[in-house]
Unconditional design. Structure first.
Length: 310
């Protein structure tokens, strides 16, 4: 069969598959349209990072600046400080990645269904507290003068430290408050993965004399690994994308040396100082680094564990 004929046949098969599954493509259409409008169309604005942008001239009318603003950021005194603070918080957050897995394993071992449901509900609830309320609670509880921490210290005749105003405590407060708020919610996907385990595997393990620890080690953990690796890849892909809102709310003049990260710096430079091109260049640099990390970690995972995003 000639190459042209084979291409025609394969094209005909694809068209036939589309016609048979046209309903599925119609369901997919709204998601595609939304992605094009809100994810790809705004990427035209990336040009601001390479131009001396002026709102009066618009993106198309502003003169080209090349890599001027990238070089400006690389040579600025804030470059090393913001990168360092962002990496510290991001890598610190990665250390806590196994905690939802441990919680899911613990919940899976609970046999009393009523207590199990109660425990899951309690662990999920903090996730629905808004970031503003969360930081407000931290300010109230950790206040050295009027907070719970200050009251406990005064009981022992000591003076409470100002944790929210300490640069050394900032990353720990950010990460562990985030763990408390989201660990229950993050464990849901692992609990769902464990619920798919065939009960006959546990029965066979019991017959063979396996202990509870052996079941966790040889049945539960291998079942969780594909899900865990996928989520870890996605998390590493956003390594420099530390959330803006919580960091900005926790930030003050006393802890600014350890709390100024890329996202807060972009906000201050772009919206407060109106340096749109400079802030766009910083944000684009952040995005490119995250994209490179995502590809690298995905390829490493694909090579050593056979689990990857693509």
């Amino acid at each position: 069969m000639k190459a042209g004929q084979s291409q025609t046949l394969s094209r005909g098969r694809r068209i036939g598959q589309i016609r048979r599954n046209w309903g599925l493509y119609v369901l997919l259409l709204p998601a595609v349209v939304l992605s094009l409008l809100f994810a790809y169309k705004p990427m035209y604005g990336v040009l601001i990072a390479f131009k001396d942008y002026s709102p009066a001239l618009g993106i198309g009318g502003s003169p080209w600046a090349g890599f001027k603003y990238f070089e400006k950021f690389f040579h600025s005194y804030q470059f090393s400080a913001t990168i360092k603070n962002t990496l510290i918080i991001s890598l610190y957050s990665l250390v806590t990645f196994p905690i939802p897995i441990l919680l899911a394993l613990m919940v899976n071992q609970m046999r009393a269904n009523r207590f199990k449901r109660f425990f899951q509900t309690v662990s999920y609830m903090p996730h629905f507290i808004s970031t503003v309320v969360m930081v407000g609670l931290m300010l109230i509880l950790l206040s050295p003068s009027t907070g719970l921490l200050g009251s406990v210290y005064r009981l022992f005749g000591a003076e409470a430290p100002d944790l929210m105003g300490s640069s050394g405590w900032f990353s720990s407060l950010y990460v562990w408050s985030d763990v408390w708020q989201h660990v229950g919610w993050d464990s849901i996907i692992y609990i769902a993965a464990l619920s798919a385990v065939d009960p006959s595997l546990y029965e066979a393990a019991t017959v063979d004399g396996a202990s509870r620890w052996h079941k966790i080690r040889y049945i539960d953990i291998p079942m969780l690994m594909p899900t865990a690796i996928t989520l870890l890849i996605l998390r590493v892909g956003g390594l420099l994308g530390v959330g803006f809102e919580k960091v900005y709310l926790m930030q003050n003049d006393l802890n600014i040396t350890s709390s100024e990260i890329l996202s807060t710096y972009v906000y201050k430079i772009g919206l407060l100082s109106s340096q749109y091109s400079f802030s766009s260049a910083i944000n684009l640099f952040n995005t490119v680094i995250n994209f490179i990390l995502l590809i690298m970690v995905n390829q490493i995972s694909k090579k050593f564990s056979e689990n990857s995003l693509w």
